[in-house]
Design a protein around this ligand. Structure first.
Ligand code: C2O
Ligand code: CU
Ligand code: CU
Length: 482
């Protein structure tokens, strides 16, 4: 295989270690084949069941770790949903702590959103209805219990959603699950010396967000994705607690961006590098018609409240996922489509309400020694489940100007798709030109959104930093749409 040679592999491992400040884990492709989460196709049945459960998983090597998942021991099935219809859901909680199932990227009414107000008690079942009228997209689901989200997601309570209209063949897009349409959940995790999954976060990791010492894709480490000798669609989900990836291919071939969080672009954009912050998704096409193996790499991105202020490159790269071409696999699509028929947002009209938010963190000595004061807040207010921060008007459009403090923060809003109007006064970078629900704030962004679904004050929508330790620490707010 024409993957990564030994010297490069050592460099990659060293880079990974350097960025996270933990001993480097040796990178070696084991020759194990990457597997994909089970596909739960609800497009005909228009119903599905999830069960939050505990189990043990061999995520790395042979050591078993205690994990939690939906319908399985770690992560959950990929759920395919049809837009334009209702899907009835049952989420059962068999754990001995409350969990939820938040549909990150689905535009559903507040009562069905699965945030902290829809906590499912141990032994209880929650039955939301997902009434979708949004365009096709890759979304995801995860638990969202205030103060426990970071640990529960780290332990496995997350899965992927495909919203489909059944028209991908007409678009010329690969759509065979696990063959040329690959669902890839990127997560970094920490394993202790005995090989067990651990989440032992101190002050500094809470401050900067948790970074792991090993890379997992779909809950597997060091596996290789086998692909046909054609065009391959990768639905990349950043399910990490805090790690920001800047993805590229080892042989400098482009990643053809076709969709962002909220759905398709109008046409593919060829990019050398694609940034993916926690909570964000992209769909990229990779051309394997030359039959060559290549590796999906990531730059090490520094994002710390102490050292380099606005983040950036800490140098070096690490391997996210090696791809190996298997010529026995069927090639369905071998040419890049000219268009993918998405509608780019245009909500720039000036005559709308403007709201300003700041993502705040404090780092005074008191915060270092006491756990009582809240270190994270939005516009000075740490999250309080009993306090509604504001109310928006159903069907209205607003512009939000969001500033980030001390480091980069991936900012997410529930219940809407938004347009990034500007980043630090400039035109947004390519990854932010389509519909979004999460955007990396490195300075200031201006967003525009229309509130299409209601969220009463008893079931408000959240907005928060998607560095999960920041969210749990209070960098979150809630609003109603009435
Ligand atoms: Cu992905 Cu409020 O979350
Ligand atoms: Cu969400
Ligand atoms: Cu943050």
């Amino acid at each position: 295989m024409d993957l990564v040679n030994r010297r490069e592999a050592i460099g990659i491992a060293a880079g990974f270690g350097a960025a996270v400040g933990l001993p480097a884990a040796a990178f070696a492709a084991t020759g194990q084949k990457l597997e994909y989460p089970a596909l739960l196709d609800a497009t005909d049945a228009r119903q599905f069941q999830l069960k939050a459960q505990s189990g043990t998983s061999r995520l790395r090597g042979n050591t078993a770790s205690e994990t939690i998942g939906y319908n399985q021991a770690y992560l959950g099935p990929t759920i395919r949903l049809r837009t334009g219809t209702d899907t009835r859901v049952e989420v059962q909680n068999t754990l001995n702590e409350p969990v939820s199932a938040h549909w990150h990227g689905l535009i559903v009414a507040g009562e069905f959103d699965g945030g902290p107000h829809q906590a499912i008690a141990p032994g209880a079942t929650w039955t939301p209805v997902l009434d979708l009228d949004q365009p096709p997209a890759t979304a995801w689901y995860h638990s969202h219990i205030h103060g426990a989200t970071a640990r529960q997601v780290m332990q496995g309570l997350a899965g992927v959603l495909h919203v489909t209209d059944g028209e991908d063949d007409a678009r010329g897009l690969p759509s065979t699950y696990g063959v040329d349409d690959l669902t890839l959940v990127l997560q970094d995790r920490t394993f202790n010396r005995r090989g067990r999954l651990t989440y032992d976060v101190g002050m500094l990791q809470v401050m900067n967000g948790f970074l792991g010492n090993a890379m997992l894709v779909n809950g597997q480490s060091e596996a290789t994705a086998t692909v046909p000798r054609g065009l391959v669609r990768c639905r990349l989900v950043n399910g990490s607690n805090a790690r920001i990836y800047r993805l590229s291919l080892s042989d400098a071939q482009p990643l053809h961006l076709v969709a962002t969080d909220g759905g398709f672009l109008d046409r593919p954009i060829a990019l050398g590098r694609v940034m993916l912050a926690p909570g964000e998704r992209v769909e990229v096409l990779i051309d394997f018609t030359d039959g060559r193996d290549r590796v999906l790499m990531s730059d090490n991105i520094a994002n710390s409240a102490m050292g380099s202020m606005m983040g950036g490159d800490s140098g070096g790269q690490f391997a996210v996922l090696p791809f190996a071409v298997d010529t026995t696999l069927p090639v369905r699509i071998d040419t890049l489509p000219d268009t993918v028929d998405g509608q780019l947002p245009d909500l720039s009209s000036a005559d709308v309400a403007v709201r300003r938010l700041s993502l705040d963190m404090s780092m005074g000595m008191g915060m270092m020694t006491s756990r009582s004061g809240s270190q994270f807040s939005i516009s000075g207010a740490p999250y309080d489940q009993e306090t509604l921060n504001f109310s928006a008007t159903l069907n209205s459009t607003e512009h939000w100007i969001v500033r980030g403090d001390m480091m980069m923060h991936p900012f997410h809003i529930h219940g809407v798709r938004f347009q990034v109007l500007s980043e630090n006064g400039q035109k947004p970078r390519a990854e932010n030109r389509g519909w979004k629900d999460t955007v990396l704030v490195a300075g200031e962004v201006e967003l525009a959104m229309t509130f299409d679904k209601p969220a009463p004050s008893s079931a408000p929508y959240m907005y928060h930093c998607h560095i999960l330790e920041h969210e749990d620490g209070g960098m979150m707010g809630q609003f109603s749409v009435v």
